[in-house]
Structure formats: C-alpha cells, structure tokens
Design a protein around this ligand. Sequence first.
Ligand SMILES: C[S@@+](CC[C@H](N)C(=O)[O-])C[C@H]1O[C@@H](n2cnc3c(N)ncnc32)[C@H](O)[C@@H]1O
Length: 224
Amino acid sequence: MANLVSIILQWPDLNIREIAENFSRLACNAHTICDSELIPLGTGLYPVISIINHSCYPNSVLVFEGRMATIRAIQQIPKGSEVLISYIETAGSTMTRQKALKEQYFFTCSCPRCIKLGQDDDIKESAVLEGYRCKNHTCDGFLLRDTEIKGFRCHQCGLVRGMEEILKIAGEEKDMSEKASVALSSGYNTEALDMYLKVEKLQMKLYHSSSIKLMRTRETLLRV
Ligand SMILES: C[S@@+](CC[C@H](N)C(=O)[O-])C[C@H]1O[C@@H](n2cnc3c(N)ncnc32)[C@H](O)[C@@H]1O
C-alpha cells in the first residue's frame, strides 16, 4: 500500500517507511463504520474511541448513527472498571477469535472467554459454533474429533461420522457458496437465491444447527 501511494503521489522526498507506519496505525486503531443493519460503509478514525481496548466478552459496543460513533454499555459497569468493546465478531470460536486478533491487532487476548481455551466448555462452544452435526438428524449433539477412527463421534449419542463423507459435502458446499457469491455480486439475485438455498441445504447436512456458517447463510438469504 505504501509503495502504491508513493507511485501515485510521486513526491521526491516521500518516506515510504513513514507511510507504512501510518497505514499500520490506521489498521490497529480505525473502526469499520456500519449502517443500522451492520452493513459496512467505510472506515473511520475516532481518536477517543481508539483508546478503548478489546474483550471477547465486552461490557460495551460501538454503534454508529451515520458517521457519529457512540459507545453504549451492554451490562452494568462497576465504577472504576475498564470500558471494553469487541474489535471482532464475538460469535467465533476461541481459536478463530484469537487468530483474527493476532492477524489484525497483534496481541493475544486473555479475556474471560479466551483463558478457557482448551477447557471442556470451550471445546463444546467451538464444536457447536464451527463444528459438524450428528449424522442422526433427530440428535442435536455436537461432534468431536476421534483420531482412532479417523472421523468424528457425536458427544451425545456416540454415532460416528466418517471424514470422507464430511469432506464430500464440504467440497460441494464450498463450490456452491463460491458460485452463489459470484451470482450475487453480479446482480443475478434470482439465481443467487436459488444457489444460497442449496448452500443452506448442504450446510444443514454438514454443520450443527447453531453453526455460524448456517446463520450467515440465512442472513444472506434474508437480504437476497
Ligand atoms: C485501538 S488500540 C487500543 C488502545 C491501546 N491499548 C492504547 O493504549 O492506545 C488497539 C491496540 O491495543 C492493544 N490491545 C487492545 N486490547 C487489548 C487486549 N485485550 N490485550 C492486549 N492488548 C490489547 C493491541 O496492541 C491493539 O493493537
């Protein structure tokens, strides 16, 4: 990006390192401005709001009315405690959240949710949010990896789901999602709707009923 700016501006004494540093500051401190339906509209730098640190279990949220940014408490905040917002989507598993924070903000979160990484509750939460569903459609159990059988086992009914079958459906779902996304961005809404319905069907076969992927597909379906 810094090189691109330098090429476009063509100022003789332009310092590329300084531009790169400014881009880095922006990436760590800026916020995405969203509309009331949380559709991103752009990026804004709000010096006061940039002071606020992150938690995956925040006590406040950042909301926008047009360009005006407001911090709203979402729980009782005892006097003297730190106001915290989430920089990322809180619905992800601990691994997904930690990865996103490391990549964009360069820190390892140690909030009350993140310190549970690897504990039973955390494994269960991840398996529900991002894992696969039980093969028995009347069972709402989540699957856990079983290395001995090279597959997954339902924590509730014990039924095994093979890797091969999962990979086959996952492949179909990926292909269909890509096609649907292209159709939507090209303005072919009727075709996109049809494709997203197929994606939803495949995801219902593959993922747990509370999976984030499934929720996102349904959100897109509503929008389309
Ligand atoms: C928007 S700034 C927040 C304010 C910053 N702490 C300061 O003093 O200016 C974002 C940066 O703060 C740090 N940060 C924010 N939340 C953090 C947390 N929960 N744990 C560790 N570092 C955090 C990270 O370096 C991140 O890139």
